[in-house]
Design a protein around this ligand. Structure first.
Ligand SMILES: N[C@@H](CCC[C@H](N)C(=O)O)C(=O)O
Length: 286
């Protein structure tokens, strides 16, 4: 089967984008296809697969599959790329429009230069902070700097849901963060029944954070948009940053500007880029 695709990235967090306005795939095909296209050796190579689909509820719809075929409910870098794709491919005809995700609806505004979208601002909505909303096992309270036992000792965790779960840990030196030691351990920890995206953050100032991530279902990636939002929210909750002030989050692949405003909405601004378009030749086994 020949499947037209576009590869895009947001700060190095890359996905294979399929336009379901033109392609018909069954539900059962999606997870195996995501695993195949994401494979860097035998597929195209990416952190996962994103579907852009028609919907009656919003201007455009998005679904995200991680590299291991699991479905995430939200993807910040993916939202900016979907917004760029939708605008440049005339799926929408306005600069501000709504996108449906499995976690709900967001509003995106594309910033256009010479006819092409360079950056996108997304109103990511309200963070969820109560423990069952993450979800994380235990009492129905917020998880802010709570001691969390790991194989490498006790680290303080702050938990934030941006439609998907995030566990934020602070370190003194971002380069020395135990990403490869604790990422795979915490992402599958039973205290997070749906798994969790694991973020290490070094506070540089009230408006600047350094950030590294181990993503649920994909491992280390260059950037995580929802993770950067969670890091900013967590840093306000922990008194490192301020509500209403833009925070520059330095990720391995570049910078995002995040603001948690007085109305409890989180705003994300950053780049979105197209890498390639092509046709994937899908050899289905059985
Ligand atoms: N890279 C994404 C998040 C993708 C989904 C995540 N791994 C999950 O399973 O929740 C982003 O930019 O937010």
């Amino acid at each position: 089967m020949e499947i037209p695709y576009t590869k895009m990235h947001g700060l190095g967090n890359s996905y294979i984008y399929l336009n379901l306005y033109d392609i018909d795939l069954s539900e059962e095909e999606l997870a195996p296809l995501a695993i195949k296209v994401a494979d860097v050796n035998t597929g195209i190579g990416a952190d996962g697969m994103i579907l852009i689909h028609p919907t009656e509820e919003a201007d455009v719809g998005m679904r995200i599959f991680n590299k291991d075929g699991s479905e995430g409910k939200n993807c910040g870098n993916g939202l900016r790329c979907v917004a760029k794709y939708a605008y440049e491919n005339s799926l929408v005809h306005k600069e501000t429009f709504t996108i449906e995700t499995k976690a709900g609806f967001v509003t995106a505004e594309v910033h256009v230069q010479d006819g092409a979208v360079s950056t996108v601002t997304v109103d990511m909505g309200e963070p969820k902070l109560q423990r069952p909303e993450i979800p994380m096992v235990g009492e129905d309270v917020k998880v802010i700097s709570e001691p969390f036992e790991t194989s490498q000792g006790v680290y303080d965790v702050t938990a934030v849901s941006m439609g998907n779960p995030h566990a934020v840990f602070y370190v003194e030196d971002i380069e020395g963060a135990p990403l490869y030691e604790l990422g795979p351990e915490i992402t599958d920890d039973k205290r997070f029944p749906e798994g969790v995206n694991v973020e290490f953050v070094q506070v540089a100032s009230t408006t600047e954070l350094h950030f590294r991530v181990w993503e649920r279902g994909s491992g280390v990636t260059q950037a995580c948009g929802t993770g950067a939002c969670a890091a900013a929210v967590s840093s306000v909750l922990n008194g490192y940053c301020n509500v209403g002030e833009p925070i520059t989050v330095h990720l391995a692949g570049g910078d995002l500007i995040i603001k948690w405003d007085e109305e409890n909405h989180v705003w994300m601004t950053g780049a979105a880029e197209t890498v390639a378009t092509g046709v994937y030749y899908w050899k289905q086994e059985n």
